[in-house]
Design a protein around this ligand. Structure first.
Ligand code: B1M
Length: 212
């Protein structure tokens, strides 16, 4: 079985030690980090999502898979960041209130750092006030919000409304992302941009910071 398949299958099985071992091997064999991420780690997590939805695996299995995902991501992180250039602007990121999913948000943070942004990561379950107050305090150019649940995605609108209420929407731009949100939803709630994945989030944030 090829290495990337080994990574995705072991991630699906929640075997963090094997995921780490094969991620290291893939790096040693000079497989491009983006391929290790997309075709190994993310591919494995996609399968986990499908099996969970079909009730073929359960929450503890998903938690183990998330742990395995982090064991691979931690190994890849320095490589993804390595080509970073000095900071080109500050971005405050976080997962929206009520939502504990942070794998995608962390990936976006890693890629933004790699692109030279200073990233202030507020973690998960972040309230609208916390997003806005921290961005203002840090003089951040962009707030990046992630949501993985259809029940929490509406919280993104609250952040944008709060920015408007405080007269900050010209100064601080917003980008949203995560599986249940879309370009259309971004338009609907007045977000400045939508990122389909971590790489497109970086392109969009670059564009937003150039626009200022
Ligand atoms: Co949860 N979960 N989960 N879960 N979980 C989903 C999201 C779900 C789709 C699974 C399913 O049913 N198929 C479903 C949501 C259904 C819905 O809302 N329609 C679900 C559910 C229901 C739940 C619970 C409610 C389960 C329960 O308790 N009964 C619960 C909620 C807890 C809470 O948040 N309050 C829950 C819990 C968990 C775990 C804690 C066990 C774990 C999270 C661990 C962690 O994050 N530390 C977990 C996981 C791992 C998943 C799945 C399997 C994988 C998510 C993931 O990490 N994907 C997920 C199914 C799935 O998505 N396939 C599922 C990999 C990651 C790299 O992708 O996060 O999409 P993603 O990020 C992408 C893009 O979306 C984008 O870039 C990333 C890289 O490409 N992106 C951005 C993300 N944020 C961005 C921000 C940007 C730009 C792009 O700009 C700022």
């Amino acid at each position: 079985m090829d290495i990337l398949k080994q990574i995705s299958e072991n991630l699906r099985g929640g075997n963090d030690k094997k995921v780490l071992e094969f991620t290291k091997l893939a790096i040693e064999q000079k497989i491009p980090p983006k391929d290790i991420l997309d075709d190994g780690l993310i591919a494995g997590m996609d399968t986990v999502g499908k099996l969970f939805k079909a009730h073929e695996i359960f929450l503890p299995d998903v938690l183990l898979a998330a742990k395995a995902m982090y064991s691979g991501m931690d190994e890849l992180k320095p490589i993804l960041i390595r080509e970073g250039i000095p900071t080109i602007g500050k971005v405050v990121i976080g997962t929206i209130q009520g939502d504990l999913h942070d794998i995608g948000k962390n990936l976006v943070g890693i890629m933004l750092k790699g692109a030279g942004f200073e990233v202030i990561d507020l973690g998960n379950d972040v309230s609208p006030e916390k997003f806005v107050e921290r961005a203002k305090k840090e003089n951040a150019k962009v707030i990046g919000m992630s949501a993985l649940l259809t029940t929490t995605m509406q919280g993104m609108r609250k952040v944008i409304d709060l920015l408007n209420e405080r007269g900050l929407s010209g100064e601080i731009k917003t980008i949203i992302g995560g599986a249940p949100v879309s370009e259309e939803f971004a338009r609907e709630i007045g977000a400045d941009a939508y990122g389909y994945d971590a790489a497109s989030a970086v392109d969009r944030v670059k564009k937003l910071t150039r626009e200022k």
